[in-house]
Design a protein around this ligand. Structure first.
Ligand code: HEM
Length: 457
């Protein structure tokens, strides 16, 4: 069967099919080079719905209001987020890690009653890490916020000791080998990963397992409120090697999930505040007002953080413009996808998809940075007359991010602490989200260097 006939029977009635001189490869190379630009150009030629073959992956792309509404409503049993994520991430991550992981754990770990404890750990690590920042006069903001978030993550999702000077650099050295972000920006590195059968990544997992065993030996696993101890209790139906493996794999997955969008989002908030002094002025006023209302320990108070609606808007707006997430559902059983003009049946093996960066800044108003596009975390409805799915930050429907509130809390605490400690200046002129990145909130395409001067107490 030739490539075009194969594509035609995957979706009925026949949608516009992207033609390519070199089946699978041509589109694949253009997609890898700059997915946002490529899909935006295809929309001009083929409209808001089309079928595209990227290196043999059949992507049924939807961008119209009805198409997007339909995508976000697809049932997991038939069009799976889980399987699609597995396919996307398994270019880099050893598959045995996913076989053990349990998405429900995120929901259990993110329950509201744990937030005050998480906040206390965050503030403690934040103080230590900002003391380190004080040794430098210039820093690359995405790198340092990433390290900060990694270290906070070790405190939150392993145990407090894991964030100590003795452990965090050793953990970071191994977690960096597993960094999924690089898999999509550096094809040479991905090739190396695949050619070596993920040898480096497997070795990193083994090294992290050893560190976790060492850390666990210092915990009272029956009573400690540290996440590592919780994981041992959660998997207590297993023992021996299987218990150790499940605990380690889920612990690694939680740390990676935590890091994937949040650090870049917080780094963008800092960059935007430096690019837009009027916005920074309003944020500083909000911080002062919050401190006045809730007292000097306000950064440890959930109600105080919740009350900061303007900084929340700055985060939402920063995420909106730097989102490069691909929403991907792998079809396991035929599903119906409705658009304004057709009702398509999409068959097994196809991915129903959209790329957030193509639509998130699609109108004149949406192309500009303005935190007042939001009221708190809600985009003003007049900006998306076609429907709320036209823009996505934390997702829509049943797979929408369960960590939105938590992410706001983290962002407000970190940004306020940084502004409290330092006067910052952005030295890099060009700071815009990378278009090469696929998946998650993108870093800046070029390094974003900041100058920092410690403020006097
Ligand atoms: C600014 C920060 C974040 C942004 C912008 C963000 C964005 C998103 C988006 C767009 C989705 C939906 C994906 C889809 O529909 O295909 C999602 C899902 C998810 N996010 Fe986040 N996320 C953030 C932070 C986090 C953090 C910190 C965690 C973990 C601690 C997390 C865990 C998850 C999980 C587990 C899902 C899947 C939910 C499900 O399928 O039921 N996210 N996120």
């Amino acid at each position: 069967m030739d490539a075009n006939t194969e594509l035609r029977i995957l979706v009925t009635p026949k949608p516009p099919i992207v033609a390519d001189e070199l089946a699978h490869i041509g589109a694949g190379l253009r997609f890898a080079e700059n997915a946002t630009e490529y899909l935006a150009a295809l929309r001009k030629d083929y409209g808001d719905t089309f079928l595209l073959d990227v290196f043999g992956y059949k992507l049924f792309c939807v961008f119209s209001p009805k198409g997007l509404e339909s995508l976000y409503a697809l049932p997991e049993e038939k069009a799976s987020f889980g399987f699609a994520t597995f396919d996307l991430l398994s270019f880099k991550t050893p598959t045995e890690l996913f076989l053990d992981t349990d998405l429900n754990l995120f929901y259990q770990l993110l329950v509201k009653k744990q937030l005050p404890r998480y906040l206390a750990i965050t503030n403690s690590v934040l103080d230590q890490e900002l003391n380190r920042w004080a040794n430098f006069s210039e820093l690359e903001v995405f790198d340092v916020v990433r390290t900060l978030e990694q270290r906070i993550g070790y405190g939150l999702w392993i145990c407090k000791e894991a964030a100590s000077d003795e452990y965090w650099p050793r953990l970071k050295a191994q977690f960096d080998v597993l960094d999924q972000e690089k898999a999509f920006v550096d094809p040479a590195q991905t090739l190396h990963t695949l050619k070596s059968n993920k040898a480096g990544e497997k070795a990193a997992i083994a090294a992290i397992r050893e560190l976790l065993t060492e850390l666990a030996s210092g915990l009272d696993l029956d009573n400690s409120d540290d996440t590592l101890a919780y994981l041992y209790r959660h998997f207590s139906a297993f023992d021996g090697e299987e218990l150790q493996r499940r605990v380690a794999h889920n612990c690694i997955n939680t740390n990676q999930g935590f890091l994937s969008n949040l650090y870049a989002a917080i780094a963008w908030v800092l960059v935007r505040l430096l690019q837009y002094p009027d916005v920074a002025g309003k944020v500083r006023e909000e911080i002062s007002a919050t401190e006045q209302q809730f007292g000097s320990q306000w950064r440890s108070n959930i109600d105080a953080l919740d009350s900061m609606k303007y900084l929340e808007q700055v985060l939402m707006e920063s995420v909106r413009l730097s989102q490069r997430s691909i929403t991907l559902r792998k079809v396991l059983e035929p599903v119906e996808v409705e658009t304004e003009s057709e009702r398509y049946t999409v068959n097994k093996g196809v991915y129903v998809t959209t790329l957030l960066s193509v639509k998130n800044a699609d109108t004149e108003a949406l192309s500009a940075f303005d935190p007042d596009h939001y009221e708190g975390n809600r985009l003003k409805p007049e900006l998306t007359p076609g429907g709320k799915e036209q823009v996505s930050t934390f997702g829509h429907g049943k797979h929408a991010c369960p960590a939105q509130k938590f992410s706001h809390m983290m962002c407000k605490t970190v940004v306020a602490a940084v502004l409290e400690r330092f006067d910052l200046k952005l030295l890099s002129r060009e700071c815009e989200p990378s278009s090469r990145q696929i998946g998650g909130v993108a870093r800046s395409a070029e390094p974003a260097t900041i100058q920092l001067v410690a403020r006097s107490a």
